[in-house]
Design a protein around this ligand. Sequence first.
Ligand SMILES: Cc1ncc(C[n+]2csc(CCOP(=O)(O)OP(=O)(O)O)c2C)c(N)n1
Length: 623
Amino acid sequence: MLSDINSPLDIKSLSYHELNSLASEIRRFIIKVVSKTGGHLAPNLGAVELTLAIHKVFNAPKDRIIWDVGHQSYTHKIITGRREKFHTLRQHKGISGFPHRKESEYDVFGTGHSSTSISAGLGISCARDLKNEDFEVICVIGDGAMTAGMAYEGINQTGFLKKKLIVILNDNHMSISENVGGMSRYLLKISTAPIYNELKKDVWELLGRLPPSLSERARLAARKLREGVKNLMIPTILFEELGLRYIGPFDGHNIPMLVEAFESVKNLEEPVLIHVLTEKGRGYEPARNNLPLFHGLGPFDIESGEPHKKGGPPTYTDVFGKTLCEIGEKNDKVVAITAAMPEGTGLCCFRERFKERFFDVGIAEQHAVTFASGMAIEGYVPVCAIYSTFLQRGFDQVIHDVALQNIPVVFCLDRAGLVGEDGPTHHGAFDISYLRMIPNMIVMSPKDENEFVDMLAVATDYRKGPIAIRYPRARAIGSTTKPTKIHIGKGEILRDGRDGFILAIGSMVYPSIEASDILKKKGFDVGVFNARFAKPIDGDTIIEIAQKTKNIITCEENALSGGFGSAVAELLIDKQIGVNLLRLGIPDRFIEHGARDILLKKIGLTGEGIAKKAEQFLKLDAD
Ligand SMILES: Cc1ncc(C[n+]2csc(CCOP(=O)(O)OP(=O)(O)O)c2C)c(N)n1
């Protein structure tokens, strides 16, 4: 059946029986493709019927559907004209793993970071009313995404403005791991209130038995009855208190029930929240048995559910998790903080070993930062492990609640640089720039896993103010160097050079050594300096190098604007040292999705790419 579905119009006339068959077919298709491309499997398997019901009732693209996070939008993509391209999911030049405005008119709003849908939806609703237009706005948000402050900021204004807006709460009781917090507990309480559910079932059955001629009035009466029951059983429905009508919970895999519920709110002229219960990973046993793993993963074997093994050194994430456990063993003041990413940041081991000293705050990066500050004030050593891209959410908190008061919080920024298949919403392209400009902040980045261990020791010992370590989404180098004591603001010269010098930081140090090797064969003697610190930079050594060679190349896996190269340029200008300067890094545009090595190659951040640009640069000097 799936091969006949080219637009949402094609599902409008399908019977419920056919829609259920289509749902099974879509599930098999998603599993097959994701097993090859990798992707967000479990969230998508849970949202198949929900998506079909939404598209059956609403008329996209006239009606605007906004997918929060967007990691559950595969069925939406498949039935909105992208079925044939679906095998290119997350591949370079293929379709994105998230809604993408350039990709389709059905993708109303680009997402990737969580909890933005209600705000965007409300903005669209207000614009619609100002324009006197008539369409529905539907926001689909998960229970995990409901842990972020931004969702409440959206709800707060929605309830106040009373705009017509449909919020569908896709509640599977899971974030990436078990969902956390009071809201999650509250949703569980609503959805499991036994008497309410029993009565609700009866009301639905009654509705089903009513003759069609009576059903509109009867439905109204039944709804009133249900409201009454609801308020009796759960006296303070939070959302209603905030100004949104609440209906549900509904079985998110029961298409007739969902269609009925969506139809019933179409004519409401007020904001409504429809609570839908879904099963993450539905229909695929391996995913059901390990939801955190199957939330998002690389290619895997469908039969066994085993991810394809990649050999090699541990990832930086693994090194972080293991090292922090060792540090935690020696220092009982060390506490670990994650914003809903214990697996992604490598903190599961710390969680198991030091339950009391582990804090999952939910998808709440802003809160995580200020919470860490509070712990530091009381003498703890908070290690706030947040992906580079998600710390963007906590920017003001880093300035106002940490740096301004010079509070010693350790920031560990995983996924710094290009992350690969998740694409521009997830690339950690900006952290050197956005941290470097903040007074009191120290920013460092290791060249390999051993230096990373050294830096973690430095960071957790440093009690004078905030300190950040950024590291890539990559396997480590397999380094065999011995631990060294790192001094804040000190880099190391790895090899000397007569014709020029590459000043590299973090993940770009080894490619720079490779570039230096290539250049050697071409007759250029180019040195390599491992900067270690983006702030404070090792001014003395850099000035020495600049005075010696006059040809300086900086190299970083961060945006060129405001990055490490900018820091070097500022230093040289401030000291009035004239050099030829070439800055290599992430150019001033958003980099699309695709395998990390392909993307790095494309923007010239490989040994060969660096050598090529360096050669042109050095030749200019020679001319
Ligand atoms: C600001 C931000 N922080 C963290 C993440 C990483 N993340 C992606 S999905 C997810 C869990 C979302 O849970 P939920 O909304 O319930 O959706 P589900 O995966 O359960 O369908 C998290 C933490 C993110 N996308 N955005």
